[in-house]
Design a protein around this ligand. Structure first.
Ligand code: 5GP
Length: 195
């Protein structure tokens, strides 16, 4: 899932995870400062730049990108373990990282979370009171850039009313899981034997 910061990705994701079994949420690594209420290993793994750059050098990340002056990346091994265990994996990524994942995993489903309007996004970012004016402007600029890439995505969920956005997001995942192409040969054989 991709969408500007402040668009409500966290809230949608948390609600959707309650509704969807067998979905693994990958906790990202970042160098951005911890916000109040955040904990290491919960919202993010918080690292300094030296540690993060060592993870890049050691090839420990599935993807990474710089966003408004900080690194963000996906630790590779938990994702690989979850996939090996047959789980679906949910990643929350800005655009550069989302493109990297799509390149590595062409079957990845890309969902864009859009704000109802840019001014509403600005209102939400300011309401959070976590960023300086400079960072808010940079985040809004990045949001404008990301919205231009919306046609690269498979789905768009507009977060106007939260309950509708959560329902739409869960429906996308349920619909993708129901695609016949995801059936294994074993599924098809046992399915046909029933008839
Ligand atoms: P925030 O600082 O608001 O938590 O996140 C800033 C941006 O980084 C958001 O667009 C968020 O989706 C993105 N982000 C969070 N985790 C990752 C990650 O692991 N990789 C990439 N590429 N972007 C991430």
């Amino acid at each position: 899932m991709t969408g500007a910061s402040g668009v409500g990705k966290d809230t949608i994701r948390r609600a959707a995870l309650l509704d969807l079994p067998n979905l693994f949420y990958s906790i990202s690594a970042t160098t951005r400062p911890q916000r109040s209420g955040e904990a290491h290993g919960k919202q993010y793994y918080f690292y300094d730049r030296t540690t993060f750059e060592k993870m890049i050098a050691d090839d420990d990340l599935l993807e990474y990108a710089e966003y408004v002056g900080d690194y963000y990346g996906t630790p590779a091994s938990p994702v690989k373990t979850a996939l090996d265990n047959g789980q679906d994996v949910l990643l929350e990524l800005e655009l550069v990282g989302a493109r990297q994942v799509k390149h590595t995993y062409p079957s990845a489903v890309m969902i864009f979370i859009a704000p109802p309007t840019l001014s509403e996004l600005e209102r939400r970012l300011r309401g959070r009171e976590t960023d300086s004016e400079e960072k808010i402007q940079k985040r809004l600029a990045r949001a404008r850039e990301e919205i231009k890439a919306v046609t690269e995505f498979d789905y768009v969920v507009v977060n106007d009313t939260l309950t509708d956005a959560v329902a739409d997001f869960s429906c996308v995942i349920r619909a993708e899981r129901a695609r016949a192409k995801h059936l294994t040969l074993q599924d098809i054989t046992s399915f046909l034997q029933e008839f």
